[in-house]
Design a protein around this ligand. Structure first.
Ligand code: GCO
Ligand code: MG
Length: 409
């Protein structure tokens, strides 16, 4: 079975998704996700103009060989654009292999280590009442672990609200989809946020009790001193984990956050290569590795990194936001079933419009996802529907502090 054609589909049923489509000479078609939020077009050009031609004629089942060739051949390797392109190709090849052998990808990865997948959803509140009510609704739905975010009015300036990024679809106010960088940026004050974080976490524990796992994403907005303080002050509320207390390149400083507190830490959604994960694993600075399968080059390297993490007692918590498509979410779930050191799966529900393009239904009950036993990744793409939703440029918002200086978003 040889690759006969590689192409891309860029579609915006709700937000932008870049799909890589690989066709084999047997007629089997595989799809993979190559979406890089806000930078979709460079990835598309890379796949179509630089990689597709080389792939055509290659044996479709030699996934690792193809991956190594594409990764190393550039010489100037790495980075999110390159690795997202590779991820789209890698996922599509796993999809083809699964369809050709009539097997779900998790079976090709060694088979299921578990029957179902523990997942967490986002919950966002514009005020305390809403956050508590929405958390209770999630718990009534069966959720065992919640990732909470909230809004804090500036005590000195009531017109200003500090809020964390979130993708709580039900609020219909996702902070992560804006127009473009020319729009007035949001403002940020870490001191006000930190004070409120401790207050809100205390409130949630009080109101929701001990039987729900709590996750908070600091989204790389803190300094080392701030991260240390927050991790320590959150300790009494025993979070499931505190996510991204520091920006990824500042990993060395994680040692200090680790030393300051027993709060479990999670990191990894901005890593692109296995080598990026080494310091945090080797030093055991994190408890959960949060790779984004689409920005990490796909299923093949994510599997390698998970194996490495296992050796250091670190579990997986793959990134599952709505800015990657159901194809990537499916890839996550196949890995979740197959890796021994699975921890938890982030799961942001897509807007209903997304399913007009991606035919995929998962069943979540009692806080766990049951993965359908369909061949390949198990997601069908309606290419005509995709064509009806053309690409619409969109970017993440920008953040500035009270002095007008750029702040990590
Ligand atoms: C998360 C993430 C996302 C990112 C988004 C950026 O933990 O889910 O932080 O929400 O902000 O993927 O495009
Ligand atoms: Mg995050």
């Amino acid at each position: 079975m040889h690759i006969s054609r590689v192409s891309t589909i860029l579609t915006c049923p709700d937000r932008n998704y870049l799909i890589v489509r690989v066709e084999a000479d047997t007629g089997v078609v595989g799809y993979g996700d190559a979406t890089l939020n806000g930078r979709e077009r460079p990835v598309q050009v890379l796949v179509e103009e630089h990689l597709a031609g080389w792939l055509e004629g290659h044996e479709a089942e030699r996934i690792e060989d193809i991956w190594q060739m594409l990764f190393r051949h550039t010489y100037f390797r790495g980075g999110p654009v390159m690795l997202s392109a590779l991820a789209g190709i890698d996922m599509a090849l796993w999809d083809i292999k699964g369809k050709a052998h009539d097997a779900p990808v998790y079976d090709l990865l060694g088979g299921r280590c578990r029957d179902r997948v523990l997942a967490y959803l986002h919950v966002h509140g514009r005020n305390d009442e809403e956050l508590i009510a929405r958390s209770r609704a999630r718990m009534d739905y069966g959720c065992r672990v919640l990732r909470y975010s909230f809004e804090t009015p500036d005590p000195r300036n009531p017109d200003t609200v500090y809020r964390q990024p979130h993708q709580d679809i039900a609020t219909k106010e996702r902070v992560e989809v804006t127009g473009d960088l020319r729009h007035a940026p949001a403002v940020w004050d870490s001191e006000v946020y930190m004070r409120d974080l401790i207050r809100v976490t205390h409130l949630l524990r009080d109101e929701l009790g001990e039987d729900v796992g709590l996750i908070h994403d600091a989204h790389e907005r803190l300094s080392v001193a701030e991260a240390r303080q927050v991790a320590r002050e959150l300790e009494p509320y025993h979070l499931f984990f505190l996510e991204d207390p520091l920006e990824p390149l500042g990993v060395g400083a994680l040692r200090e956050v680790r030393a300051a507190s027993a709060t479990p830490l999670a990191m990894g959604e901005l890593y692109n290569t296995v080598a990026d994960t080494l310091p945090v694993l080797q030093e055991r600075w994190i408890d959960y590795l949060r790779l984004d399968v689409t920005h990490f080059g796909g299923i093949s390297p994510a599997r390698r990194a998970a194996t490495l993490a296992d050796a250091y007692g670190v579990r997986t918590a793959f990134h599952g936001p709505s800015d990657i498509s159901p194809l990537a979410h499916a890839a996550n779930l196949h890995l979740d079933l197959a890796v021994p050191n699975f921890g938890i799966q982030e799961f942001v529900e897509h807007d209903a419009r997304v399913f007009s393009v991606f035919d995929w239904k998962i069943d979540m009950s009692d806080g766990y996802i049951n993965v359908p036993a369909r061949p390949g990744l198990g997601v069908d793409v309606d290419e005509d529907a995709a064509a009806r939703h053309p690409y619409t440029p969109g970017y993440l918002p920008a953040l500035r502090d009270a002095m007008g200086a750029v702040h990590d978003w």
